[in-house]
Design a protein around this ligand. Structure first.
Ligand SMILES: [Zn+2]
Length: 523
């Protein structure tokens, strides 16, 4: 023979071993190892009558060829090939064949074992079992290949290298849907989705996408877990408090489905890093609780023509919008031309929320994501879905694409360089007394109810709730030194930014809010 044989192929006819062996023969090779997998008549207590194999062939052949090439390089063998059957197979028929020739037997054994194990793990092949009782079901190859296929040649080779192999992902329940099937599952395996925010909305989105077998999932979240998150963020545990949520979520998703590629980014998405974070993904899911990130994601997705699924919840209600700039659809700004400044509408911390509310909207986001990825019918189009969960009423409001949007004027992307330095807006003090000594007047922007429940420690602060501060006529000097405080530092930051924009030059916000202040010694 003149060239190295390194092939992975499918066959709809019985596998012709003699011909394949002939192709692998080489006078320099003294060792030949082969594996054959046969169809067995029972699996997990069920009597199997016959089997069907299906594969997403373009993807499967590419991955199979890669595995064979890896085996050649890794074990230094001369020739290797693998053939997998497709279509209907009877009991006792050969489902898969691997052959390897090498100078010595040990490399041949190892390479043979490597190829069959990796093929079972990585190649998108699905098996439908037809049982003697008339039932049938799709089963992931890996899950059942081990018990259903007889090891033929290499049973004396070392213990299995993949301890997780006994528990591989099983997508049979969704593949049973005729709209999903083998090709839909392969589309999900090849899909790349970025989820921004791993909180109340993000948790159901991440869980369902990982469970569905979405091949690559990016997670962006700069926060660390707090105990108050847990009533709605069911992916986490109390013992994880203080850990970065992106990393925690990634670990849970990998445990849920070891076959997918999960990439955590423990950063806050902003104008400086957003484009780079979005670039490798084909679909973006906004699970954040702040408007500036929502508008930033909207604007980038419109510019990059990437679909995005946006949701917001407020107390007992929420809304959902799927934007399809790739199909000329309406965007977030077509509905809300004037972006609301962050912190001026309460988020979960200030407004309060019941756990299932973001749970429901996150589940809807996951559903719409799967519809987009699988191109299923009934996708939310140019409309805004609004649901009030106290009365369980749903309305769908028509969203028209603004003329400005079609001209590309909807988008107001700020260049990273023009983002004002936010550090200057925030001033850290160990106590409010320290701030007063530094010449600041303290303004507590919380609601009276919040102040009554948790008064600011130390010196008396002037109480001006944020709405009154921004929309009323508070008696403030434009050059006065003010330190705004609230519960978490978000509302005070937003209000400080707004006041700066109105010409108050020495307004600052206390980062972390009053919760992070030292208690005075005499309290
Ligand atoms: Zn628009």
């Amino acid at each position: 023979m003149d060239a190295t044989v390194s092939t992975f192929s499918f066959s709809r006819a019985p596998i012709a071993i003699t011909e394949l062996q002939g192709r692998l023969k080489d006078p320099a090779c003294g060792g030949y190892a082969s594996f054959e997998g046969w169809v067995r008549d029972h699996n997990e207590g069920e009597r199997v009558a016959h089997l069907e194999y299906e594969a997403f062939e373009p993807l499967a052949i590419k991955e199979g060829a890669r595995i064979v090439a890896e085996a050649l390089a890794r074990f230094g063998v001369e020739h290797a090939a693998c053939v997998h059957r497709l279509g209907d197979l009877a009991i006792g028929e050969m489902a898969v064949w691997v052959g390897v020739t090498a100078r010595h037997r040990q490399e041949a054994f190892l390479a043979c074992r490597y190829i069959i194990d990796e093929v079972k793990h990585r190649v998108p092949i699905w098996k439908k079992e037809h049982y003697q009782n008339g039932d049938s079901g799709w089963v992931n190859c890996e899950r059942c290949a081990a018990p259903a296929v007889q090891p033929h040649v290499h049973s004396h080779v070392h213990a299995h290298e993949h301890p997780a192999a006994a528990h591989a992902a099983d997508y049979s329940r969704q593949m049973a849907l005729k709209e999903v099937g083998v090709s839909g599952q392969a589309r999900l395996a090849a899909a790349r989705v970025l989820v921004v925010g791993a909180g109340g909305l993000g948790v159901p989105v991440l869980s369902y996408l990982a469970g569905a077998g979405v091949g690559r999932i990016g997670i962006v979240d700069g926060d660390r877990l707090e105990p108050s998150n847990l009533h709605r963020q069911t992916l986490y545990a109390l013992a994880d408090t203080g850990q970065p949520k992106a990393e925690l979520a990634a670990a849970r998703l990998r445990a849920l489905n070891p076959e997918i590629d999960v990439r955590p980014h423990s950063v806050r998405l902003d104008a400086a890093n957003a484009a780079e974070l979005l670039e490798p993904y084909e679909l973006v899911i906004d699970c954040t609780d702040n408007f500036s990130t929502k508008f930033l994601l909207n604007d980038l997705c419109v510019r990059l023509a990437k679909p995005a699924i946006l949701s917001s919840v407020y107390q007992y209600e929420g809304q959902l919008q799927v934007i399809r700039p790739d199909r000329g659809g309406a965007c977030l700004r077509c509905i809300w031309p004037h972006a609301t400044r962050d912190g001026l509408v309460g988020n979960c911390a200030e407004a309060g929320v019941l756990g299932p509310v973001p749970g429901i909207f996150g589940s809807l986001q996951a559903l719409e994501a799967l519809k987009v990825l699988l191109d299923l019918p009934g996708q939310l189009g140019d409309e805004l879905l609004v649901m009030d969960l106290t009365s369980l009423t749903i309305s769908r409001l028509r969203a028209r694409r603004a003329a400005a949007c079609a001209n590309g004027q909807c988008v107001r992307l700020v260049e990273a360089a023009s983002v004002p330095p936010m550090q200057d807006l925030e001033r850290t003090f160990a106590s409010l007394d320290e701030a007063v000594r530094a010449g600041f007047t303290i303004i507590d922007v919380r609601e009276p109810r919040e102040v009554a429940e948790a008064p600011a420690p130390g010196v008396a602060a002037t109480l001006i709730p944020v709405q009154q501060l921004l929309h009323g006529t508070p008696d403030l000097a434009r050059d006065g030194r003010y330190l705004l405080v609230c519960a978490s530092g978000k509302r005070s930051l937003a209000a400080a930014a707004e006041l700066r924009a109105r010409g108050f030059s020495a307004v600052h916000s206390l980062p972390g809010g009053i919760g992070r202040l030292e208690r005075p010694l005499n309290a």
